[in-house]
Write a protein that binds this ligand. Structure first.
Ligand SMILES: NC(=O)c1ccc[n+]([C@@H]2O[C@H](COP(=O)([O-])OP(=O)(O)OC[C@H]3O[C@@H](n4cnc5c(N)ncnc54)[C@H](OP(=O)(O)O)[C@@H]3O)[C@@H](O)[C@H]2O)c1
Length: 319
């Protein structure tokens, strides 16, 4: 019997299953034969998001802020993934509410529902003592999830890239547009961008039982570490364009991001600025992609995908 057929009876529910990372986790799990539920507040998006794949996930409406709406999504699941994001606080949607309380409630409901595995998607640099509301909530959320669901996997990706990302795609577009490119501070922050598909594959391997014994926390970074300045130069080299860099103080970025957050789709947020203040690289002693036998993609391969997508878009867009 094909091992994938054995997984058909195994239900995995991915909260945030229509998002940038969540949709890829759903796809990888479907490829492994799991029965998958994609849970989000807008289940109508499931059809268009997964229209190009052979098997569809089940679309489930659930808001992790509303305890009564998560029960049916969890029922009968063997594993739960929490890939819900919140990048800008708005009304009742605070970092504390979503990344700490709701994550812990979801983990507790999963434990009570006899779920075997819980995967909390967090981020490298999460720190319960941080001065930043966002980074502190991510760190507190990890602790709250582990206490509600002992043995929960904590997955901390570095900044993720992909043809539809918000990070690399924006840099590629702006490098071609701006005469001078502003740096975060002096551009010395170290980053380890990771391809979103590699992270999704890693999560699907964790759920499929390829865990690294005794290590519930994983840090997923790409194959190379760059300072922000080096990264911009590497991208410009790949795009065969010149780049002039200009240091810009973090205080100025913070003010800019505060205004940007008033826009419907903020191009930069204060939590992103906070994240750029500190190195964002995987800890040497944390298990990562290597322990799950994943050879990470190089950033230049992702840049090529972004260019192909841009070229395909310009060919199909009306003259
Ligand atoms: N993107 C990165 O580079 C990066 C790096 C490190 C870590 N992370 C972490 O990875 C996780 C996923 O990030 P992402 O960039 O993939 O997020 P995303 O693209 O913004 O997707 C978020 C998903 O969560 C759903 N969602 C939002 N609020 C919800 C709620 N209250 N209840 C149920 N579903 C909700 C959204 O669908 P609806 O709006 O329809 O509900 C969507 O499916 C987050 O924890 C993020 O912090 C991301």
């Amino acid at each position: 019997m094909d091992p994938a057929d054995l997984n058909m009876e195994r239900i995995v529910t991915v909260f945030g299953g229509t998002g940038f990372l969540g949709r890829r986790i759903v796809k990888r799990l479907l490829e492994r034969g799991f029965t998958v539920r994609a849970a989000s507040r807008h289940p109508a998006r499931v059809g268009p998001v997964f229209s190009s794949i052979a098997r569809m996930p089940e679309a489930v409406e659930a808001d992790i802020l509303n305890a009564s709406s998560i029960g049916s999504a969890i029922a009968g699941s063997e594993a739960i993934v929490n890939a819900v994001s919140l990048y800008v606080e708005q009304g009742v949607q605070t970092f504390e509410r979503v990344h700490v309380k709701a994550a812990a409630d979801l983990a507790a409901a999963s434990r009570d529902g006899k779920v075997d595995q819980f995967v909390q998607i967090s981020g490298i640099g999460s720190d319960p003592q941080s001065d930043s509301n966002y980074i502190r909530a991510r760190g507190r959320g990890e602790i709250a999830v582990q206490s509600a669901f002992p043995g929960a996997f904590i997955v901390r990706p570095a900044v993720m890239t992909g043809p539809d990302d918000a990070f690399l795609t924006t840099i590629v577009r702006l490098i071609c547009l701006l005469p001078v490119y502003p740096l975060f501070g002096d551009g010395g922050t170290r980053l380890q961008p990771v391809y979103v598909e590699d992270v999704a594959e890693a999560v699907s391997r964790l759920i499929d039982g390829r865990s690294h014994k005794g290590s519930p926390a994983f840090e997923f970074g790409g194959p190379r570490i760059y300072t922000y300045k080096e990264l911009l130069r590497e991208i410009a080299r790949q795009l065969e364009t010149d780049i002039r860099l200009m240091p810009m103080p973090f205080a100025a970025w913070n003010a800019l991001a505060g205004v940007a957050e008033l826009l419907p789709a903020a191009p930069i947020t204060r939590n992103q600025v906070d994240l750029m203040r500190h190195d964002n690289v995987a800890a040497i002693d944390a298990p990562g992609l290597k322990e799950l036998d994943i050879e990470p993609w190089d950033i230049n391969e992702v840049i090529r995908l972004i260019e192909q997508r841009r070229d395909a878009g310009s060919r199909t867009s009306p003259a």
